[in-house]
Design a binder for this molecule. Structure first.
Ligand code: ADP
Ligand code: ZN
Length: 221
């Protein structure tokens, strides 16, 4: 049983890396952002609650985020463990998490803000199936269309200059202290996220080729 947390600024490739690691080690991938986006796309009540907050790049309230995490983990479908992506992002969330679960490691994807901007502003998402693309690393053919389902590629609503500035500020102010807390417990392995192609289609041809993510996977073998 392995219980991991993956942390890193937006655009550092958390989603891609955790999916690779999850596939590799048979872990359940729990992404709070994905759960929220799923709800926004399907116009659920929760979607309505979080949509504007997300679009502005702000953090959703701790109560809601914590209940999403606990309810998802309460499925107990994670026989080999889980990797939690995008949580915890501030101290109260970290304390909540540590009270309920022991964790085996924290993967920290390290990336400078300048690179984050470049990546995030070139990120596109399939409006139909949700796969991420990064126009810097790969151009889907035909351009503007999802390779997997031919859906339309659109920017994420929160991948704007303004929302990005808010998210970076929050990351430095609120999430960095969580990393420090985890570091003191010696959970943290830092991986240089720059060489990794952030999301090229998440459907990967060959994990060994695609990834420095295997760097993080290897670290935990
Ligand atoms: P990114 O890492 O690019 O910001 P995520 O997919 O992790 O993207 O999250 C998208 C949005 O969902 C966040 O900007 C925030 O509004 C909300 N969210 C995700 N995780 C959390 C969390 N732990 N606490 C509060 N809000 C969150
Ligand atoms: Zn698609």
């Amino acid at each position: 049983m392995r219980k991991y947390v993956i942390m890193g600024v937006q655009g550092s490739g958390k989603g891609t890396q955790s999916q690779l690691l999850a596939a590799d080690l048979d872990l359940v991938h729990v992404s709070v952002g994905d759960i929220f986006r799923w709800n926004v796309q399907r116009h659920t009540k929760m979607g309505a609650q979080v949509r504007r907050i997300m679009a502005a790049g702000e953090l959703v309230g701790d109560d809601l985020v914590e209940s999403v995490i606990s309810e998802r983990l309460a499925w107990h479908d994670w026989n080999y463990g889980f990797i939690v992506d995008g949580f915890p992002r501030n101290r109260p969330q970290a304390e909540f998490f540590l009270e309920s679960y022991d964790i085996d490691g924290v993967i920290h994807l390290d990336m400078p803000d300048s690179e984050v901007r470049r990546r995030v502003l070139n990120r596109r998402m399939c409006a139909n199936c949700g796969i991420n693309y990064n126009l810097l690393d790969s151009t889907p053919s035909p351009p503007g269309q999802c390779d997997a389902c031919a859906g339309e590629l659109v920017p994420r609503e929160d991948d704007t200059e303004e929302a990005l500035a808010v998210r970076l500020r929050d990351y430095h102010e609120k999430t960095n202290p969580v990393l420090d807390l985890f570091r003191r417990k010696e959970y943290v392995v830092t991986v240089d996220a720059r060489p990794a192609p952030e999301v090229t289609p998440t459907i990967r041809p060959d994990p060994a080729v695609t990834m420095s993510g295997s760097a993080s996977a290897r670290t935990f073998r």
